[in-house]
Design a binder for this molecule. Sequence first.
Ligand code: COA
Ligand code: MG
Length: 325
Amino acid sequence: MSFTSVPTKPTRLNRSQLFVPGSKPELFDKACKSNADIICLDLEDAVAPQDKEQAKENVIKALNELDFGKKTISVRINGLDTHYCYRDVVDLMEQGGERLDLIMIPKVGVAADVYAIDMMVTQIEDKINRNKKIGFELIIEISMGITNLDSILTGSKRIESLHFGYADYAASVRMRTTNIGGSNSDYSILTDETNGERNIHWNDMWHYPISKMTTIGRAHGMRIIDGPFGDFSDPDGFKSHARRTAILGCEGKWAIHPSQVDLANEVFTLPESEVQKAKDIIKAMREAQESGAGAATLNGRLIDAASIRQAEQIIEQTKLIETLS
Ligand code: COA
Ligand code: MG
């Protein structure tokens, strides 16, 4: 391990994050009754400009009056390039009470974006003697956000998680897609001929930014969360979308419809077979170490101290889910 240690972030369950437009207060109660780990009340892109003020009032009222149980509550504010942004922060912080846990900042491009919000939040927390410290969730969804990721994460100690925004990212880098999180058969290769046949091999066009986020984000101790899958009538598509980012190191995924919440919880709860395998690895390695060996075999495969670290991650995440869900 490096001699430099990464500070521990607050531990939260983040398998499913259900978005609810702030302009639709009739959905808030339904969101509370869902199995979502985190509810994100949205003031940004799901709210039309003429509804922004009313949406904020709805959200502030909900933060003061609704029973969210033990769920984590987040509000997505408007971007720093809009005049809504500063008032979102001031009004939420001054009038939202203690229930709010996280502020989600969209379209982050440079560290100063996060620093600016931190400056406001810190002053208001101090002024109103807020007991609970607000955490930040950042949406990485513009090319600047991906390019400057490492330095962005030094912008505030409040940052806990990174979220991948498919649609804005696609628009930002001019990808040719219109479905939120969808695939495109043109992003494929035609295989060489084998047994007289050529096949189209589809590729995952979102791999690079998500992989960059898991690698750089984890170096700063962040949770990495997969963003939306727009086709809410396609549960199989959602699950396959979620599975691939779970494999890459994401801990959860957005749900833009209640039907996606249980699907996300299912995919991001580690399967019993993997947990059992992790336990077997730890047991086999302990036995090997007791007999003086540094490496061992389990079911014909090499395992060593790194295998223990991999297995421990799986056990730790499973314990977290058992404790917090
Ligand atoms: N949170 C809580 N409940 C929701 C919900 C949400 N985000 N979306 C839908 N529901 C409820 C509906 O009210 C309906 O309840 P009912 O059966 O009691 O009438 C039920 O779930 C089924 O909804 P459905 O009719 O299938 O969907 P819809 O056409 O009403 O809404 C969307 C579809 C996509 C417009 C809606 O789900 C939505 O606004 N999602 C959030 C979008 C968002 O926040 N985007 C920003 C992040 S990308
Ligand atoms: Mg976006």
